[in-house]
Design a protein around this ligand. Sequence first.
Ligand code: GLU
Length: 457
Amino acid sequence: MASVRVRFAPSPTGFFHIGSARTALFNWLYARHTGGTFVLRIEDTDKERNSEQFLNVIYDSLEWLGLNWDEGPKVGGEFGPYRQSERSHVYREYLEKLLASGRAYEKDGAIWFRLLGERYETYDDHRKKTVEKVRNAPAVIEDRIRGRVERTEDEDFVIFRSDGNPVFHFVNVVDDITMRITHVVRGEDHLSNTSKHVELFKAFGAPLPEFAHIPLILKQHGPGKMSKRDQGALIEEYQRRGYLPEALVNFLCLLGWNPKDDREKMPIEEVIARFDLPGVNQSNARFDDKKLAHMNMTYLLELPADRFVEKARVFFEQQNVFANGRPDDAYFREVVLLAQPKIKGIEELPAYTAWFFDDAFPIDEKVAAKLAAKGDPKARVREVADALATVDFADETATQAAIQTLADAHGRGFGDYQAPVRLALSGTNVGPSLTGILRVLGRERSLARMRRFASGG
Ligand code: GLU
């Protein structure tokens, strides 16, 4: 069998969204699974609606997701150019073929594709006029996901508009032929176009590719397909929020495909090994932002320290968190690593760690009032500061033991000390473990904050 050639064929008419990313991913997976070729083709014939900005968003998003293309813009290839706006000579040449064989004709300034079959006139209620119809054999599509689909075209259709620009169906098919595409894997919204495409393939005497139409992604809430305007639809947004691309890719793999056991987190190599088109679900998949956030958290937890710190650094920089001076690198590293198991996403880091970097943090008055009702938090903090005077703060077992000994001596529990000290060190009662905080803040900072709190400041 000829080796697989698939393509992702976006139109740069808007931001890159979840549905496009999943179509790109499934093509990429199929190419990698079969050892085939993944082609990127830019369908930018609609000059009014395309923009360079959106084109760059497509490249950036694919690169960020790790969906590298083997042929296409930037990397070139044997069947280029890969932008339709640079292929008018190819479309002219293919139009000539249809004109020569009588399968294309001019009418009212546009160029039409002629269907074979017997013609008759009938009154169209909808358009309120008499139209010409064609009795035509149905196009039979053995869709690799949907199974057998039959559709009949019964009217000639325009392939070149009167302004001289070719129509989507025409360029799409000509490119699939000239780029030797073997499998057309795309969104189900294109299923209804496929019968036109089949007619065109046949008119050119070209072999039909295999078709595989991927079910839609439904909105998280309510009926209907997810659109670019829906919350969480844009890939850029996840990039900006510091999501891990491998988590997003894993999530997208499961939107419409599953490994038949209940596994969720899967290394991409394993998905590649197991992915196949008949394994794609026929039913629509529903978007679920909680599942995505959870997937991201699972990946974050397991991220090697160096990569986690690097992600955090980039995110803090993007958010301009340290406008008044950057902290020491080693300190930054310890702080974010302490937070790593506690956060759900990188975007939570700046708020979660703010008090590590700024002594002027606010005190949560509600927490303070609660503690005051149970005892004297200042006195507890003073006692801990004294008890830790000779203890090594880097040794969590030692600080833990010192506070426990103190608590035992006064017939109190560890918690009676933990909560006030946390408040003194961070202004709140949520965060990493107390001994972790003491270790990372270090002796000097910790004691200074405790003394300030104990003396009422
Ligand atoms: N440019 C089309 C789109 O954006 C591609 C259709 C196809 O993959 O054949 O949906």
